[in-house]
Design a binder for this molecule. Structure first.
Ligand SMILES: *Cc1c(COP(=O)(O)O)cnc(C)c1O
Length: 431
């Protein structure tokens, strides 16, 4: 297997490092966890992505989830072209926002009222503010290994021992903010129950990724989400499902539909922007009525509800809402799951594979992965080797052992077969 020619990417990376922190605009893109240099991308179409040196890759990153139809879907691009000609931003209400909000509410009936924002980070940050305003309480509970964007109060890790006050997970986050956040182990209902007993009555909200996509792909144990729903109701805590990743990925109606749980609030992002910057938060009427201008909780955005972003979202959801779409997406995802498990098995490499709808992760371990500690104990060095071998064979996986992979409607059986062959060879070489 010949090494990739990355001449132009190398040159660009050298320049980029002088201009931007780590040469990138989001840390994981720098490939620090897997070594080598990041690919600079020229274009993308369907299941493929092309770097500036002309290399082609089958893409399972899909812009970290949004491109569920595949890259440059003709219907989305056509609608965007037309939208561009009508102007790119007005800072005033449009019919498009009403249409997308309606589609979201139809798919997520728990989101009775919806506010559009520009990113997942904005959505979670604003949902928490709403929950605090609604309850008059300050404390937030979250779970280890879940990522909810980079807002100060969420960049917090567990203090020593479960159910203690959090400590900042990044310089620049004031201790005071972190002290209002409690970080608990995922899938541990007992720890959650204990935390509720201790802090429940002054906790504003619990925020959770119902399937953890930001430590790979960790599924909730039966009863875990149900238990959280029950205990939050008992303590008057607002339950926020952060479905920025799982929304339209675990199912059309997200994880809440798949697991039959009704959260008080939901955050969306990624897929609902169809590749443009969008986030949304929403939930029970009485909570959302707290948001300005209906209520006193302030939240605003110059570009919120941007017509191009709304257009890409609407076109994406239109295609997703056709019944056959999820049948196809699920069949493709299941075929990839079978192919990757089979390749690992034949090569004699111990892996655990998890999938929820169209998101998945292969961990290099022989133990089940149920929480962040389990994920952190998997063999990340072997993953890094596997990642590099796959990239050389034209398969673009996320450059970290703690990231989910994604399937799109554009991936073909031929793509899956090619991925399986590359995976078999790569598994054999890293043994
Ligand atoms: C990606 C992600 C976010 C943050 O979204 P951005 O658009 O990157 O700000 C928040 N929560 C979850 C679960 C995510 O996967």
């Amino acid at each position: 297997m010949s090494k990739l020619n990355l001449k132009k990417s190398k040159e660009l990376f050298r320049k980029a490092k002088r201009l931007m922190p780590g040469g990138v605009n989001s840390p994981v893109r720098a490939f620090r966890a897997v070594g080598g240099i990041p690919l600079f991308i020229q274009s993308a179409k369907g299941s493929k992505i092309y770097d500036v040196d002309g290399n082609e890759y089958i893409d399972y990153v899909l812009s970290w989830g949004p491109m569920i139809l595949g890259h440059s879907h003709p219907a989305v691009i056509r609608a965007l072209r037309k939208a561009c000609e009508r102007g790119t931003s007005y800072g005033a209400p449009t019919p498009l926002e009403v249409e997308l909000a309606g589609m979201i509410r139809k798919a997520y009936p728990s989101m009775q009222v919806v506010r559009m924002v520009n990113s997942g980070t904005e959505a979670t940050m604003s949902a928490i503010r709403a929950a605090r305003g609604f309850t008059g309480r300050d404390r937030v509970m979250k779970f280890e290994g879940c990522y909810h964007g980079h807002a100060d109060g969420l960049l917090v890790k567990a203090g020593s021992g479960a159910a203690t006050f959090g400590v900042p997970d990044s310089p620049g986050v004031p201790r005071g903010y972190a002290r209002n956040t409690i970080t608990l182990p995922f899938n541990d209902l007992k720890a959650f129950r204990d935390a509720c007993e201790k802090f429940g009555d002054n906790t504003a909200c619990v925020i959770i990724e119902p399937v953890v996509g930001n430590s790979g792909c960790i599924l909730p144990r039966p009863g875990f989400l149900e238990g959280i729903r029950k205990l939050t109701s008992e303590h008057g805590i607002v339950l926020i499902f952060d479905e920025v990743m799982t929304g339209f990925r675990v199912s059309y109606g997200g994880a809440q539909k798949a697991f039959g749980i009704k959260p008080d609030m939901t955050c969306l992002g990624k897929v609902i922007g169809g590749g443009l910057p969008v986030g949304a938060y929403g939930g029970r009427k009485e909570i959302m009525r707290m948001i300005a201008p209906d209520g006193p909780v302030y939240q605003a955005g110059t570009l919120s509800g941007n017509p191009l972003a709304m257009t890409a979202g609407i076109e994406t959801l239109k295609i997703l809402s056709r019944r056959e779409t999820y049948r196809k997406l699920t069949a493709k995802s299941a075929a990839l799951e079978d192919a990757l498990k089979d390749a690992a098995g034949r090569a004699g490499v111990k892996t655990k594979f998890y999938r929820a709808g169209t998101m998945f992760c292969t961990y290099f371990t022989d133990k089940e992965v149920c929480n962040f500690t389990d994920a952190a104990n998997t063999d990340t060095e072997t993953f890094a080797k596997f990642f590099r071998k796959m990239l050389e064979r034209g398969i673009n996986l996320a450059p970290s052992a703690f990231e989910a992979g994604f399937m799109s409607l554009a991936h073909t059986q031929a793509d899956i077969n090619r991925t399986a062959r590359a995976a078999y060879q790569s598994f054999k070489e890293i043994k």
